[in-house]
Ligand binder design. Structure first.
Ligand code: BEZ
Ligand code: FE
Length: 291
């Protein structure tokens, strides 16, 4: 935008207005708002940086490459958004909007590209770690789901967990892991409690063999995420919570490659005594607000 009072050269604001005004009357109002703003910002960005045809084509090729790499097991488009903070920003705006409407509770965090819609149900107190690698440390994870307004426990809630193995791979990325390894859905009991055995998470790099990896490299950035476990909590009559917990002692807690670490989500695993099945334990209680 010409902010110094000088007349813009070339295709300026009149051109941008022409593009926005091309949207027809049947356009959904929210879509019109989003696309008008997007067009305005991206035109201003192109004018500001004086983007060349070659530079624009480089971006087009990366977007195409990301589509070609994506399938039901890999979401490169989402990953490209993640490494420039888009998913975290959208998550934060969504969470703050809910908070303003009175929905307090445990902080949210990004879903990420490795959630699966067909995760199996498991019994409380059972394990999500199968073929546990030698370098893994088994942990007992337990907690209570409560109503953020009343503090009362929420029975019958679904608590879904997923995590990467110690080789840094989720089971769908790794032929050597059994299907649905390190993921499970648990139904809270009458006191709103859930529990399972999992592994103490370890840091891992986001997939860096595609355009996202190339962008990270070009920007002189590392691909690592701090050690974390993903949660999705669903209960009838409540807001669904998607979040992650981060091991406070992990590398990269202060510089997550996808910028997902938020207040209240760092946790401390403690040694577990008298349980031959686990070296560590973690109590993580979650509160969710009414829908
Ligand atoms: C993850 O935590 O699984 C993840 C999140 C964003 C990008 C890549 C991986
Ligand atoms: Fe993850």
């Amino acid at each position: 935008m010409a902010t110094n009072g000088q007349k813009e050269e070339g295709l300026g604001q009149e051109f941008t207005k022409q593009v926005i005004d091309s949207f027809g009357p049947k356009t959904d109002p929210r879509l019109r708002e989003i696309m008008a703003s997007f067009t305005q910002h991206i035109h201003d960005f192109i004018r500001e940086t004086q983007l060349t045809t070659d530079e624009w084509m480089t971006a087009v090729k990366m977007i195409n490459w990301s589509g070609q790499m994506s399938n039901e097991k890999r979401n490169e488009g989402q990953l490209m958004c993640d490494i420039i903070g888009i998913e975290s920003l959208v998550d934060d705006i969504t969470h703050r909007k809910l908070a303003k409407e009175g929905h307090t509770g445990t902080n949210s965090a990004i879903l990420g590209p490795f959630w699966r819609a067909d995760t199996p149900w498991r019994e409380n107190g059972t394990t999500i770690t199968f073929d546990t690698p030698k370098d893994a440390q088994v942990s007992f994870l337990y907690g209570q789901i409560t109503d953020s307004h009343t503090g009362k426990p929420i029975p019958n809630a679904s608590v879904e967990l997923w995590q990467a193995s110690t080789n840094g791979l989720y089971e769908q990325q790794d032929d050597k892991q059994v299907e649905h390894n390190l993921r499970g859905k648990f139904r809270t009991d009458a006191e709103g409690r859930y529990s399972c055995y999992c592994i103490r998470p370890t840091p891992y790099p986001v997939p860096n063999d595609g355009p996202s990896g190339q962008i990270l490299e070009m920007l002189d950035r590392h691909p690592y995420r701090p050690a974390h476990i993903h949660f999705m909590v669903i209960a009838e009559g409540y807001q669904t919570l998607v979040t992650q917990i981060f091991d406070s002692g992990s590398d990269y807690v202060d510089n997550d490659s996808v910028f997902a670490v938020k207040d209240g989500l760092t946790v401390d695993f403690v040694p577990r005594k008298g349980d031959p099945q686990a070296d560590w334990q973690l109590e993580y209680n979650i509160s969710i607000g009414p829908a």
